[in-house]
Design a protein. Structure first.
Length: 457
């Protein structure tokens, strides 16, 4: 039988993202409400045709309604290694290293995502993937217990493993295998209300850290949120409040600006869910908060120089005021954020000239009169549009984690995590996100300059 490997990794990723979204709407109905709010806001803005949205015509708007990221938390290096192979079948590679120990969250993370422009345009689905740092459990007996529980579980179905191996061996999957692969992999992300530890162990794990309990106590790394992309996060946040969703008090990331940069995020808090413990008597009930919904508003990717300025300004804000989980100082926090970030240029030409953000170039209507980029831009021979940031922010991620863990998760100091040990577990190095944006910018400039040159000849 001659069956061709006719499913591209991008098609498999798109089916997987759609299947995940459908599953999560069923598991967490409030997420469905969130998607509706975001779609309303996006439709309204796109209809207005605002040119302040930092979008490239034909590219970034087309994918808005399908755009999502999700997050999972893994327990062992072996789980991370296998997950990397599964994601690779869908064209998702680990980009960036996020050290969350700085925020007292006992994990380190990467984002699995498509890396080039065409792949991102085809389907931008990303999964923020964390690996638990078991060494941060102080109590030795509890650490041994957690290690033993994790070692005993298998988070991948036999089919998921078999089809991943098959995809690797033959360089892809045909339509029927791809369909089976998506269904099999989805099982790993499904929620299971049956805990695989007893109530007493669960309580001990919760006391050590709520996140540790979430990772260790269940059969698999349930998807803990999915995040649609909105074009106006403040409007979407108001929409959440209006619909009675328990919204997080402040939006993480930079303040509202004319020229959006990086990533702004907010969430509704995790739902309280009933879980069942295994016991001789047929199981008792417990409570767990794990799964929530999030929205994001993406702006321009920053260069290392721009990112350093962002980090410096944010640190200045946070040295003065930290947003309280209760929301009581939210207004003061936002006022401070806006005041401090007035030092960050807020028009595209300045962001470009100062080398703070990455851009795609296009050809304007005017003829070329120079080889100087700034002169060509002034003359209208070249045009600019920002390259959208596709990654995450460690301080914001910590804020998202913490909004679902409660304030008690903040206090303890933790030793710095290690990128080397993370990459060893992953089985490959993480890709440098700056290099990806730099390459996109350079490719678009080269194309334009070649075209201008050809026109001049
Ligand atoms: C991941 C939180 C980080 C984001 O958007 O920054 C994240 C988690 O809670 O597991 O998803
Ligand atoms: Ni997220």
């Amino acid at each position: 039988e001659d069956r061709t490997l006719n499913r591209s990794p991008h098609e498999i990723r798109a089916s997987f993202a759609a299947a995940m979204s459908a599953m999560y709407k069923e598991e967490v109905p409030a997420y469905g409400t969130l998607v509706e709010i975001v779609e309303d806001v996006n439709e309204r803005l796109l209809a207005q045709g605002s040119d302040t949205l930092a979008l490239t015509p034909g590219e970034d708007t087309a994918r808005i309604s399908a755009e999502r990221h999700g997050a999972i938390r893994l327990g062992t290096p072996q789980e991370l290694a296998m997950m990397a192979r599964v994601f690779a079948v869908m064209g998702m590679e680990p980009v960036g290293y996020y050290d969350l120990s700085v925020a007292s969250v006992p994990v380190h993370s990467t984002a699995f995502r498509p890396t080039d422009r065409d792949a991102l345009a085809a389907n931008p689905f990303r999964v923020f993937t964390s690996l638990l740092r078991l060494e941060l459990i102080e109590d030795e007996t509890l650490r041994a217990k957690a290690t033993e529980v994790l070692a005993a579980r298998q988070i991948f179905t036999d089919d998921a493993i078999k089809l991943t191996e098959k995809a690797e061996a033959q360089g892809g999957l045909d339509g029927q295998d791809a369909k089976q692969f998506v269904a099999a992999v989805l099982e790993t992300f499904r929620w299971h209300p049956e805990a695989c530890v007893d109530a007493e162990t669960f309580d001990d794990l919760i006391k050590a850290h709520r996140l540790i309990a979430d990772v260790v106590s269940f059969k698999g790394p349930h998807i803990n949120h999915l995040t649609p992309r909105t074009l106006d996060i403040d409007a979407a946040q108001d929409g959440m409040v209006a619909k009675g969703l328990p919204a997080k008090a402040v939006v993480e990331g930079p303040p509202r600006r004319r020229c959006p940069i990086l990533l702004r995020q907010t969430a509704f808090k995790a739902l309280n869910e009933t879980i069942r413990f295994p016991s001789a008597g047929g199981g008792q009930d417990g409570q767990h908060t794990a799964r929530f919904g999030e929205i994001e508003h993406r702006g321009a990717a920053l260069t290392p120089k721009g990112r350093a300025l962002y980090d410096q300004l944010l640190a200045e804000v946070r040295a003065d005021i930290l947003p309280a989980a209760s929301g009581e100082n939210a207004d003061a926090y936002v006022a401070k954020l806006e005041a401090v970030f007035s030092a960050f240029p807020d028009d595209w030409r300045t962001l470009h000239r100062d080398g703070l953000a990455y851009f795609k170039y296009g050809l304007g209507a005017a003829p070329a009169n120079s080889t100087e980029i700034e002169t060509l831009l002034d003359a209208g021979a070249l045009t600019l549009s920002p390259i959208i940031y596709e990654d995450f922010l460690p301080v914001s991620a910590a804020g998202i984690f913490q909004s679902n863990l409660g304030d008690e998760a903040r206090s303890k100091d933790q030793t710095a995590s290690s990128r080397d040990s993370f990459e060893a577990a992953l089985g490959k190095p993480v890709i440098d996100e700056f290099a990806l944006y730099e390459a996109m910018q350079k490719a678009s400039l080269d194309t334009c300059l070649r075209q201008l040159q050809a026109d001049a000849d």
